[in-house]
Design a protein around this ligand. Structure first.
Ligand SMILES: CC(C)(COP(=O)(O)OP(=O)(O)OC[C@H]1O[C@@H](n2cnc3c(N)ncnc32)[C@H](O)[C@@H]1OP(=O)(O)O)[C@@H](O)C(=O)NCCC(=O)NCCS
Length: 193
């Protein structure tokens, strides 16, 4: 018998700030501190989503800022022990679904030019290259690619979301994950309304 593992998708709470900082350290080497995450929770234009295990341990987090009609994705991270199992795609899909529900029209982000796994995730979900920022990352001096995904408010995008959802669900079941939305954000349901 194959046992599935529950994964929960939620918005984080103030009492999870320490966990978010620890996850950030493990995934990104310490991008934001506690104050940074607190600022995001306080900011009405910031949307944060977390993936947690049944034990309540947070293993993934994503965030976008709504700026005019654009979703600026500023964070996407999955704990190294859980990467390569479809969870990054689930998180990105969920952020985009939320952006659609907020009536945003376009999504954009910057990604380090050598970050192949992140670029693969963004491209799978339809992001396209729009430009390059030279020496964007202060620590490494590496360039950033600027990626965009337009037409979020177009009916075709809902079809694309539905298509991605079936790929992501298959990917999650291959890794024995079962998504639970209990007590979470109903808007993220795979059933596109
Ligand atoms: C980027 C990140 C969120 C991806 O999360 P993840 O859970 O590993 O992603 P998934 O398992 O959903 O998908 C990874 C996909 O990329 C593909 N991939 C992985 N490494 C790759 C590589 N070197 N080249 C091409 N494709 C690659 C995988 O095949 C997989 O696709 P598949 O499931 O269809 O086979 C995760 O690696 C992470 O947290 N990295 C550190 C933080 C970071 O760099 N964030 C991005 C900042 S812009």
């Amino acid at each position: 018998m194959v046992f599935s593992r529950l994964i929960l998708l939620n918005t984080p709470h103030y009492n999870q700030l320490t966990q978010l900082v620890e996850l950030d350290r493990a995934c990104l080497g310490g991008l934001w501190r506690k104050k940074g995450y607190q600022r995001e929770l306080d900011n009405p234009d910031s949307s944060l989503l977390v993936l947690s295990l049944e034990s309540n341990s947070i293993i993934g987090c994503g965030c976008f800022w709504a700026i005019l009609e654009e979703a600026h994705i500023v964070l996407l991270m999955i704990h190294p022990n859980y990467q390569g199992q479809g969870l990054g795609q689930l998180l990105l899909y969920s952020l985009l679904k939320k952006a659609v529900n907020c009536n945003l029209e376009r999504a954009t982000l910057e990604v380090q030019v050598s970050n192949q796994s992140a670029i693969a995730v963004y491209q799978k979900i339809g992001f396209q290259l729009a430009g390059r920022r030279k020496g964007y990352y202060q620590k490494t001096g590496k360039d950033a690619l600027i990626l965009w995904r337009g037409h979020l408010n177009h009916p075709r995008f809902r079809e694309d979301l539905s298509h991605w959802w079936s790929h992501i669900s298959d990917r999650l079941s291959q890794s024995s994950w079962q998504l639970s939305l209990e007590g979470g954000d109903d808007d993220i349901s795979g059933k596109n309304k």
